[in-house]
Design a protein around this ligand. Structure first.
Ligand SMILES: [Zn+2]
Ligand SMILES: [Zn+2]
Ligand SMILES: [Zn+2]
Length: 278
């Protein structure tokens, strides 16, 4: 099975709308420095499946990338996606569902998997409500900490502390040949989460900000900064990738001191298009 990073930017991607900071300007000049909204795919060409985690506002471009990676998806209903797992109700993680509706490709019952609270949010709020009523999407409400058997892998959702204005937030553990965690958004690390990360082979985790004070309104968005997370996992044997980068993050700049520091410590930096064998 392959894991494909479809977007390693924070919700709004890089460049961000109307921003002329150094990272955003660089990304406009060099397309390989752009980062789409946070999404991963896990797919198998032979077994003909492709699932994604999260539906970012860049879903249209990300579907094109999927089409280059896999030619046929067995259970495909109008788009080359077997199902969509959602982490939470923030803009970068679910707004892309709207691009499967009547005004766009008018998809046919694409499966959406999420927590019970997230299901309630989607069923009861426009525009998502309409997508389910029209049967563009079909909902599956997941139990927490339960291993769901899929084609040739299992997937488990687990709760994560994050600002939950509309629903709740989960991370995912996928188990195939390797155990992989995808956890793009959280407010702080708990002992349980640290233990969980240390029990897997690969973890793709929140790297929104490099350090505190990167944004004037960081108290509103309390992600654990990379330097703190790197300290927590400095002795870990797990292959850790940072993702979900905010446009302000100095790690985005090639050869920046911060980027080199993190790489030197043995951590990896996710980028769009990266393929990992799992
Ligand atoms: Zn996010
Ligand atoms: Zn910017
Ligand atoms: Zn979020």
């Amino acid at each position: 099975m392959k894991l494909l990073i479809l977007g390693s930017g924070q919700d709004a991607g890089v460049p961000q709308i109307n921003c002329d900071c150094e990272n955003c300007s660089n990304a406009r000049k060099n397309p390989d420095q752009r980062r789409l909204g946070p999404t991963i795919a896990f797919l198998d060409k032979e077994k003909e499946y492709c699932y994604i985690i999260d539906a970012s506002p860049d879903m249209k471009d990300q579907t094109e990338i999927i089409k280059k990676a896999i030619t046929k998806v067995k259970s495909q209903k109008s788009i080359p996606i077997s199902g969509i797992f959602l982490t939470h109700a923030h803009y970068g993680h679910c707004s892309g569902l709207w691009s499967l509706g009547k005004e766009c490709c008018d998809a046919d019952e694409v499966m959406v998997f999420c927590s019970a609270k997230m299901s309630e949010f989607l069923k009861n709020n426009h525009p998502f409500q309409h997508l389910f009523e029209r049967k563009n999407l079909a909902l599956f409400s997941m139990k927490m900490n339960y291993e769901y058997p899929m084609e040739d892998f299992t997937i488990k959702a687990f709760k994560v502390p994050h600002r939950d204005e509309y629903a709740d937030t989960v991370g995912y553990l996928i188990e195939h040949t390797k155990k992989v965690i995808y956890l793009p958004d959280l407010d702080y690390w708990t002992e349980d989460l640290i233990e969980l990360i240390n029990s897997v082979d690969i973890a793709i985790i929140d790297g929104s900000f490099y350090s505190k004070g990167e944004l004037p309104r960081m108290t509103e968005i309390p992600h654990p900064p990379i330097i703190k997370t790197a300290e927590l996992f400095k002795d870990s044997k797990v292959e850790i990738y940072f993702t979900h980068f905010n446009h302000t993050n100095p790690i985005l700049k090639e050869n920046s001191k911060e980027r080199n520091e993190i790489l030197k410590k043995g951590f990896k930096i996710a980028r769009d298009g990266l393929v990992i064998d799992i």
